[in-house]
Design a protein around this ligand. Structure first.
Ligand code: AHR
Length: 502
C-alpha cells in the first residue's frame, strides 16, 4: 500500500495539552500494593515506594494521574485513607471483590506523585456518597488552614494544602456494574449539585462529569446530552472511556480500533456542542478521555473473577494483561487519534499504569519491566509537543468487518514553534505488506530528519515477560529517504513508527 501526507505548520488543529499524557492508578489488584508500593523490596525507598518503578514512570513521561478509581471509588470512603496508618480500617472493595487495607492513602499517594513529577487528578465518590462527602474532601485537600478538616490534614502531616485542580465527579455512572449506577437524569442532577458546591469551596478547580463507559453502551449519545443538559454550566470536561481487544481472531478490525475512537470523540464533541447551542452558551466543554487502552476484558470475566463470601484477597493478580507487538501498534494508533483531536481532547489517562492493564509490570521482590505498550507512549509523550497539525492524508484502504472501509495507513504530525521540531506518528495496519508513505515537508523549510524509530516484529505476537523482559523494543527505522522536500518512508506490516524532524 501507499499513502501520502502533507505537513504544513501553518494549519493547526490546536495546542497539545500536556494532560493528554496522563495515566491512572486505581486501588485494584497489584497496581498500588506490590506495584508502586512494596516496602520489603530491595529497591524500596524510606516510604516503601519502589524506586525502580518510579524511574520507569518518569521515563514513560506521564502528566496528571487519575486516582483512586475507577470502579473502586464508588465504594470508597476517603477518610479511611488518612490519619495514623495503624488506625486505618480494612474494608471490602466490592468493585474488585478484594480487601482494601488503606495502607496507602491520599497523603502517601501525593508524596509518590511528587517523586514521579506528576499532578493528581482526584475522583470523588458519587456512587454510594454525595455532595457532603465531596465537600469534606475538597475542604481537607484545598483549604489552607483554620477549619476542622484542613486542620486535620495539617495534624496528619501535610502543612500546605494539596491544591488539587482536576476532579472527576464519580466514575462510569452509566454502567450497570457501577455501585450506585444511575440514570442519566439522576446522575446529571447529582453531578451538577456536587460540582456547584465544590466550586463554592474552590472556584479554581476543573471538573470532569462522567460521559459514557464506551461508545457501545446502549445509552451512548443520549447519556451525554442529558447529563450535560443538567451540568453544562457547572463542569469543564465530559469523560470518554474506551478499551479495545482483538475478538474472534478479527485482527483487521482490531488494527482499525482508532477509527472507532475517532468516531467516538467526534460524536461526543457534536453532542456537547448541541447542548451548547440549545443553552446559547459561550462556553465550550472539552473531553477528558480518562480511560483508554487495549484490554482483554473476556479474560477478566473468565479467568480473573473473584467470588465467595469468605474470599476477599489483598492485592490479587487482576487484569494483568501481557501485551503483544500488535497490541502496541493499536495502542500507538489510539495515541494518534487522541492527538488528532487535540483541540477538544485536552486531558486523557492511559488506564492504567502499573501491573493492571499496564505499560509497567513488577514481580514482588523481583524486577520491573516495560510492556510493549510502554514504547509508543514514552516516545509520543516525548515528541508530541507544540500543536497538532491539520491531517492532510490520503491512503490506500481495506475493508474491516467492524468499521467498514478504513485507511491502511494512519498518521498525525505535530509541530513545536518554540523548538522548531516537527514529529510524525504513523501506523501501518496492513497484515501482509510494507506501506510506502511519501511525506511532503516542503512547507517546513530546511527541516532535516533527526530520528526515526519503529515498533514492529516478524512475530506480531511477541511480548515482554518476566522470563524475557526485553524481547520487544523500539528499533531504528532504516527505510527513510529524503529528497527535494519529500521524505519517503517504508513502514513494516503491523507497525507503529515515529519520525522527528528539526
Ligand atoms: O480500568 C479498569 C476499570 O475499567 C475501571 O475501574 C473502570 O472505570 C472501567 O470499567
Amino acid at each position: 500500500p501507499t499513502a501520502h501526507l502533507t505537513i504544513d505548520p501553518h494549519f493547526v488543529v490546536g495546542p497539545i495539552n500536556r494532560r493528554l499524557f496522563g495515566s491512572f492508578v486505581e486501588h485494584l489488584g497489584r497496581s498500588v500494593y506490590d506495584g508502586i508500593y512494596e516496602p520489603g523490596h530491595p529497591a524500596a525507598d524510606e516510604e516503601g515506594f519502589r524506586t525502580d518503578v518510579i524511574e520507569l514512570v518518569k521515563e514513560l513521561g506521564v502528566s496528571a494521574i487519575r486516582y483512586p478509581g475507577g470502579n473502586f471509588v464508588s465504594g470508597f470512603r476517603w477518610e479511611d485513607s488518612v490519619g495514623p496508618r495503624e488506625e486505618r480500617p480494612r474494608r471490602l472493595d466490592l468493585a474488585w471483590h478484594s480487601t482494601e487495607t488503606n495502607e496507602v492513602g491520599l497523603h502517601e499517594f501525593s508524596s509518590w506523585l511528587d517523586k514521579v513529577g506528576s499532578e493528581l487528578m482526584l475522583a470523588v465518590n458519587l456512587g454510594t456518597r454525595g455532595t457532603l462527602e465531596a465537600l469534606d474532601l475538597i475542604e481537607y485537600t484545598n483549604i489552607a488552614r483554620g477549619t476542622a478538616l484542613s486542620e486535620q490534614r495539617i495534624a496528619n502531616g501535610k502543612t500546605d494544602a494539596f491544591g488539587i485542580r482536576m476532579w472527576c465527579l464519580g466514575n462510569e455512572m452509566d454502567g450497570p456494574w457501577q455501585l450506585g449506577h444511575r440514570s442519566a437524569d439522576d446522575y446529571g442532577a447529582i453531578a451538577a449539585r456536587a460540582a456547584k458546591a465544590m466550586r463554592m469551596v474552590d472556584p479554581s478547580i476543573e471538573l470532569v462529569v462522567c460521559g459514557s463507559s464506551g461508545a457501545q453502551m446502549p445509552t451512548f449519545g443520549e447519556w451525554e446530552r442529558v447529563v450535560l443538559g443538567h451540568s453544562y454550566d457547572e463542569v469543564d470536561y465530559i469523560s470518554c472511556h474506551a478499551y479495545y481487544e482483538e475478538k474472534n481472531g478479527d485482527l483487521g478490525s482490531f488494527l482499525a480500533s482508532s477509527v472507532d475512537m475517532d468516531r467516538f470523540i467526534e460524536s461526543v464533541v457534536a453532542t456537547a456542542d448541541h447542548v451548547k447551542a440549545v443553552k446559547g452558551s459561550d462556553k465550550t466543554i472539552d473531553i477528558s478521555f480518562d480511560e483508554w487502552n487495549v484490554w482483554y476484558q473476556d479474560r477478566f470475566q473468565q479467568v480473573d473473577k473473584i467470588e465467595g463470601i469468605d474470599n476477599w484477597p489483598v492485592a490479587p493478580r487482576l487484569l494483568e494483561d501481557v501485551y503483544s507487538v500488535a497490541d502496541a501498534v493499536v495502542f500507538g494508533s489510539l495515541l494518534i487519534s487522541l492527538l488528532k483531536h487535540a483541540d477538544r481532547v485536552t486531558s486523557a489517562s492511559l488506564a492504567q499504569l502499573v501491573n493492571v492493564i499496564a505499560p509497567i509490570m513488577t514481580e514482588p521482590g523481583g524486577p520491573a519491566w516495560k510492556q510493549t505498550t510502554f514504547f509508543p507512549f514514552a516516545l509520543t509523550s516525548a515528541l508530541a509537543t507544540g500543536s497538532t497539525l491539520v491531517q492532510k492524508l490520503t491512503s490506500d484502504r481495506y475493508t474491516s468487518e467492524l468499521y467498514g472501509e478504513v485507511n491502511l495507513v494512519d498518521a498525525v504530525a505535530t509541530h513545536d514553534e518554540g523548538s522548531g521540531r516537527t514529529s510524525v506518528f504513523l501506523v501501518n495496519r496492513s497484515q501482509t505488506d510494507a506501506a510506502v508513505v511519501t511525506i511532503d515537508v516542503g512547507a517546513l523549510g530546511s527541516a532535516a530528519l533527526l530520528d526515526a524509530q519503529t515498533l514492529s516484529d516478524a512475530d506480531i505476537h511477541a511480548k515482554n515477560t518476566l522470563a524475557e523482559p526485553t524481547r520487544v523494543g523500539l528499533r531504528p527505522l532504516e527505510s527513510v529517504e529524503e529528497a527535494d522536500g519529500t521524505i519517503t518512508v517504508t513502514l513494516p506490516p503491523v507497525s507503529w513508527s515515529a519520525l522527528s524532524l528539526g
